[in-house]
Structure formats: C-alpha cells, structure tokens
Design a protein around this ligand. Structure first.
Ligand SMILES: [Zn+2]
Length: 151
C-alpha cells in the first residue's frame, strides 16, 4: 500500500526533474553551445559553394554570417547580420540580397537546414533546404545542406 501511494508521486517528481533538466540543457545550448554551421549550396546547373555560417565560439556576439545573393558577380557572398540586420530601420547589405529576404525565400519552404537565434536583435535566421534562387542560372533550384560545424 505504501509503495502504491508513493509511486505516482515519485513519477511526477521524475517527470518534473526531467522537464527541469531539459529546460536547463536548452538554455545551456542557447547561450554556450555556439558553433557555426557549414552548409553547401548546390544547383543542378553546376553551381556549388561551401559556406561557413553564423558565428563561432570566439565571435558569436559580434558576427553572424548569412548567405546573400550577389547579382553582379553571379555568386553567393556572406554578410554579417549584426552589421546589416535588414530591419525596418536599417538597410540590408549593400549590393546584396539576403537569402533570408522574402524575395529569395523558397516558395514552399522544406525542412530547415540551419537556424540561428540572435537574442539581441530578437530575430531568428533560418536557412531551408530549398529551392532558393541560384546566383548562376537564376532558377529556384538551388538547395542547401549541412556538411559540418565550425567553432
Ligand atoms: Zn543554378
């Protein structure tokens, strides 16, 4: 009888403890577990490029690199979102169109390949698998995939 009385309570305690641990781990991850994502862009037309995104352990507070379309060079360039947050009050990177902008976003976003939350700007940057506008053939056939991480 005693064990029957105790077990639901201990289960509830365990569930609470697990939940608490989960929240702690999530917070830990969000504040300390900063590692950039290396993605590879590729298109059936033959265009491909490897890009180290976001920030590393040393620079994540001042650097957040995100891909943008360089129409003049028919290439992808990286820009620092902290310098050009592309909000209502500040312009995007000069000469570039961010791949986070609605014009370049996939019409039907598939699964997210990489995302990065910038708390100080209150925004989350998400890169989906595809199809994005390719800098070379200008079709919405370019896809991104994660190939690694950097610190
Ligand atoms: Zn292409």
């Amino acid at each position: 009888m005693v064990t029957a009385k105790c077990s639901p309570r201990s289960l509830a305690f365990r569930a609470t403890a697990c939940l608490f641990l989960g929240v702690v781990l999530l917070c830990f991850n969000a504040t300390i577990g900063h590692a950039g994502t290396i993605v590879s862009a590729s298109c059936p037309c033959g265009y491909s490029k490897t890009l180290p995104l976001f920030g590393g352990r040393r620079n994540f507070k001042t650097a957040c690199m995100f891909p943008a379309l360089d129409k003049a060079k028919h290439d992808i360039a990286l820009y620092n979102v902290f310098e050009y947050p592309d909000t209502e009050n500040s312009p995007g990177p000069p000469g570039l169109i961010s791949y986070a902008s609605p014009n370049l976003m996939p019409e039907h976003p598939s699964e997210a390949v990489a995302f990065w939350r910038i708390q100080s700007l209150g925004k989350t940057l998400t890169l989906y698998q595809g199809g994005y506008v390719c800098p070379r053939c200008e079709k919405r056939t370019m896809t991104f995939r994660t190939v690694g991480f950097w610190d």
